[in-house]
Write a protein that binds this ligand. Structure first.
Ligand SMILES: O=C[C@H](O)COP(=O)(O)O
Length: 252
């Protein structure tokens, strides 16, 4: 069985090295460092990144959220100098990056993304938002994201939700912005696909059959399902079990 045919891997977003230990105990495959109090892809501090690398030396198990592309590089100099602490993946959100707003760009988000793709020894993931069309999000459209990410040389796409205060259960919508065909198209284009956005224990087995590369969670892995609360290793263990229990037919 090839790597791409196995069950989706479990990505757990953590706010600290301490939480990473809890997530790994529960069975997380990939640790995604972010600050949930700083936005959907809230950027951690350099010290958080170094702490994580100390307890998790393998870069292949580490991902790093770096905020929104539209916010530019206020001070991302430190990321280029992480050395051995650099992660396998860096992720950027694409709010305010509507592809169809090409006529009036206030900045070139594509140039920023391309610079990250070309400059360092990691893989760039674009985070797109299922609530991309809501006021204040104005995000890269899912219908354009696959071609954009491919053209930019990104490694993959993370589907998430922007508004974490009023989470959109996008996967429960009658006509969700992301479908199994969308996932298949993205993967056929050579992109990794991670599905996220307030996923719960009901949604995960269903979305896993869409064959993304990763199922990604924060809220569902936290105590009482509160994404600002601590990671609960028993919850992580349960989510991992849901994925492990997929039958070979479902996973293929
Ligand atoms: O990368 C995925 C996100 O951290 C998902 O967060 P969430 O489960 O709270 O929506």
């Amino acid at each position: 069985m090839s790597e791409r045919q196995k069950r989706p891997k479990l990505l757990v977003s953590v706010a600290s090295a301490t939480e990473a230990v809890e997530a790994l105990q529960g069975g997380a495959d990939l640790i995604d460092l972010k600050r949930p109090d700083r936005g959907p892809l809230g950027r951690p501090d350099a010290s958080d990144v170094l702490d994580l690398a100390r307890i998790l030396p393998d870069p292949h198990q580490r991902s790093l959220a770096l905020g929104e592309l539209a916010d530019g590089p206020p001070d991302l100099h430190w990321v280029a100098h992480l050395g051995e602490a650099r992660p396998r993946f860096v992720k950027f959100g694409t709010s305010r990056c509507r592809a169809s707003d090409d006529q009036t760009p206030s900045f070139s988000w594509r140039e920023r993304a391309r610079a990250w793709v070309e400059s360092h020894d990691w893989q760039v993931i674009l985070g797109i938002y299922a609530d991309f069309d809501q006021p204040g999000v104005n995000g890269l459209e899912p219908t354009r994201a696959v071609e954009e990410a491919h053209a930019l040389g990104c490694a993959g796409l993370l589907v998430d939700t922007f508004d974490k205060a009023n989470p959109t259960r996008w996967y429960r919508q009658p006509a969700p912005p992301i479908t199994p065909d969308w996932v298949a198209h993205a993967r056929a284009s050579g992109l990794l696909v991670a599905l996220a956005g307030s996923l719960d224990a009901q949604a995960i087995p269903r979305l896993a059959t869409w064959q993304p590369d990763f199922i990604a969670v924060r809220s569902a892995a936290c105590l009482h399902g509160d994404r600002r609360g601590p990671i609960d290793p028993r919850r992580v263990e349960h989510l991992r079990l849901l994925l492990d229990q997929m039958s070979p037919d479902e996973a293929l």
